[in-house]
Design a binder for this molecule. Structure first.
Ligand code: AMP
Length: 661
């Protein structure tokens, strides 16, 4: 192995590079082979994941439900309607509809690969997936926890999906433990992608890839806000801590247009363990109350009238549910309780003893499947859910595009759904072809750069199954792109030496200055990645509507945040890496900073509070349908190192009037 600070450099050329190993990447890996074959073969593909695919991505720990399954009785248009409503009216119906018509096929594949899915028998009695029963594909009836959600025994969900992906693509074409730091544009076309550069987190090797097309699916962004967890618990978060904003930052730096980066998700979770609430609210029909046993959704229901028409929806948006809960907390009627005791008692009245036993086991299995830490809390605090209620808490904000959030990258939609004209608003530059389709589903505004799942903005509620389906769609469109660009020779616009110089800066910072002080972590010449992360989290928390201010901010606070972020970005060049692990942390933090900056700039630009309960601009504390029912998009300028935000027109392709009372 080369001496630290002087890595071996490995250069490779493939047609398609997949960056990431989560649900979307697995979907692409599974799907791409047959499309390559149909195209006559000869297209090379490589997948790189910074971790190990069996347990990487948001589904790593498992899940107890698949939250997007349309089934034969619902229409993808209903799904697009629900997605729009939960995200306060501003989503891309073309993307949601397209997902809705493909997602079930992914679920059927999961079942075929061995994922146990709960079923009901002809009498409507429920059984868990170990019972087998008719498959969904052959007309088996899933146990629906909600209108869109179905129950599974999913501790090994990701293993199962990864196994199929690995088998399809072949381990020769998969490289684990490679962290990609940045994308490289094409020397002959700045709006085209030509390569990516990263390093092994196990060996002292740097990798430079050249390609015609690339799928960037490295998840959403966690840990830009100070988390509620402290000390040893800090590794615990709701979404995976390894989601470091790499998708958004690398795409932005390559010139891709971002959308709705002001959007965030603040999930209400079981306190301290971040245990999921979906099964409790939907399957167990549990209610959440204030300290005095009052259901805040009833007590504060008139607050929904402040947000027409969204407040009138049959199921109020996730942010509005938070909005009603926060009133109780702010006015001193906390803690908030999940009334598990009443919910389980009620179920005992209607279900058979066998089903009750099954559901009581599920109360634990729900957490064991996907959030084992919450079981630790129940055990540690002597909580038996049938006897003692559990506290709920809104978490720190998360940025993502696959769960109940919709920030991300602006991508080309399907060519057969709507595709309205995208009229310029307020003198916005028209740098794209008209409409929401520019040839290749899932391609960003940069030629050859594709994304899916958390990467795709303006279409939330894809969850695990939808992320996989979106990855599969990209397999097809990337093959098409490569076929259409057969003769293109990618050339990097930056030399390999310059790339090494940049990537290894944190290592050099360390080697050059380590002997200046006797304590390795205390040194005026560098900052540890951990300390830098604390700085980022503190400023985002205090100025950009974190938990410290009950999710409130205003233009003045954002201005302060802007200065502090600019200084932090400057100081990020001083991060040190004493080993490969810290080099990973240093670059993850850099990705976090740029994502945080995009979030802040978008909140600053959108002069309203579109997502009450997720964040409030107190100086513009209203939803302004007339001026702001539009997308806020942005482009990052690498030269000036700034984001420029602008409006893009929103169009409803699906009639939304059905949603409202
Ligand atoms: P979660 O367990 O919170 O990740 O949510 C799982 C699913 O349940 C998602 O589809 C959520 O949108 C949905 N969900 C969670 N809580 C509620 C609620 N109170 N009302 C309606 N849907 C919910």
């Amino acid at each position: 192995m080369a001496e630290f600070g002087n890595p071996d450099v490995i250069e490779e050329e493939v047609d398609i590079l997949i960056i990431g190993g989560g649900m979307a990447a697995c979907g692409t890996a599974y799907e791409i082979g047959p499309w390559i074959e149909a195209a006559g073969g000869g297209i090379t593909v490589k997948l790189v994941d910074k971790a190990a695919m069996d347990r990487s991505g948001a589904v790593a720990q498992g899940l107890s439900a698949i939250n997007t399954y349309i089934g034969p009785d619902q229409d993808p248009a209903d799904y697009a309607r629900m997605v729009s409503n939960d995200l306060m009216g501003i989503t891309r119906d073309d993307l949601a509809y397209d997902l809705g018509r493909h997602v079930d096929e992914s679920v059927h594949l999961f079942e075929e690969w061995g994922l146990p899915i709960w079923k009901t028998d002809e009498n409507g009695e429920r059984y868990d997936g170990s019972k087998g029963m008719t498959s969904l594909k052959d007309g088996g009836k899933p146990v629906r926890s909600g209108k869109w959600q179905i129950m599974i025994n999913g501790e090994s969900y990701k293993w199962i999906v990864a196994e199929a992906a690995k088998k399809a693509l072949g381990m020769d074409n998969i490289q684990e433990r490679i962290f990609i730091v940045k994308l490289v544009n094409d020397k002959n076309d700045p709006n085209r992608i030509a390569g990516a550069v990263g390093f092994s987190v196990r060996e002292h090797k740097l990798y430079v890839y050249k390609f015609k097309a690339c799928l960037l699916v490295a998840g959403g962004c966690v840990n830009i806000f100070r988390p509620r967890s402290v000390g040893e618990g800090q590794g615990r978060a709701w979404y995976p801590v390894w989601n470091a904003g790499s998708t958004y930052t690398m795409a932005a730096e390559a010139g891709a247009e971002l959308t709705l980066m002001e959007n965030r998700f603040v999930p209400t979770r079981f306190k301290d363990g971040y245990g999921p609430v979906g099964a409790w609210f939907l399957l167990f029909k549990s209610k959440a109350t204030n300290a005095y046993g009052e259901v805040y959704m009833d007590r504060n229901k008139e607050m929904l009238d402040d947000y027409p028409p969204y407040g009138q929806a049959a199921v109020p948006a996730s942010c509005l549910r938070n909005h009603l809960m926060l009133k109780e907390m702010k006015e001193g009627r906390g803690p908030i309780w999940m009334d598990t005791v009443t919910a389980l008692a009620n179920l005992r009245e209607t279900l058979s003893p066998r089903e009750v036993k099954h559901l009581e086991a599920e109360a634990w299995e729900d957490f064991l499947d996907m959030c084992i830490g919450q079981c630790g809390i129940w055990a540690g605090e002597n909580i038996e859910p049938e006897k003692k209620n559990s506290e709920l808490m809104p978490t720190e904000p998360y940025l993502l595009g696959s769960h109940s959030g919709c920030c991300g990258i602006w991508v080309s939609g399907p060519d057969d759904v709507g595709a309205p004209t995208d009229e310029a608003m307020d003198g916005v530059p028209e740098h794209l072809p008209k409409g929401w389709n520019w040839g290749y589903r899932g391609m960003t505004t940069v030629q050859g750069l594709f994304t899916a799942a958390d990467g795709v903005g303006a279409s939330g509620h894809k969850f695990s199954s939808g992320s996989h389906a979106e990855g599969r769609m990209c397999a097809k469109s990337m093959v098409k792109f490569v076929m259409d660009n057969k003769d293109h020779k990618p050339e990097l616009d930056t030399s390999v030496d310059e790339l090494i110089e940049e990537i290894y800066r944190p290592v050099r910072n360390f080697l050059e200055h380590k002997d200046y002080s006797t304590a390795i972590d205390v040194n005026p010449n560098y900052i540890t990645p951990k300390m830098l992360q604390f700085r980022l989290q503190k400023l985002m928390d205090e100025y950009v509507a974190g938990v410290a201010t009950y999710y409130t901010t205003n233009a003045n606070m954002l201005e302060v945040a802007e200065h502090k972020l600019a200084e932090l970005k400057e100081d990020a060049l001083k991060m040190r890496a004493k080993d490969l692990h810290e080099l990973l942390r240093a670059w993850e933090n850099y990705h976090r900073i740029l994502t945080a900056e995009a979030h802040m700039k978008h909140i600053q630009f959108r002069e309203e509070s579109r997502y009450p309960g997720f964040y409030y601009r107190m100086d513009k504390n209203f939803v302004d349908e007339e001026n702001w029912k539009c997308f806020v998009n942005s482009i990052y300028d690498k030269e000036t190192k700034t984001f420029k935000c602008f409006k893009r027109a929103h169009v409803d392709l699906v009639d939304k009037s059905k949603l409202f009372k």
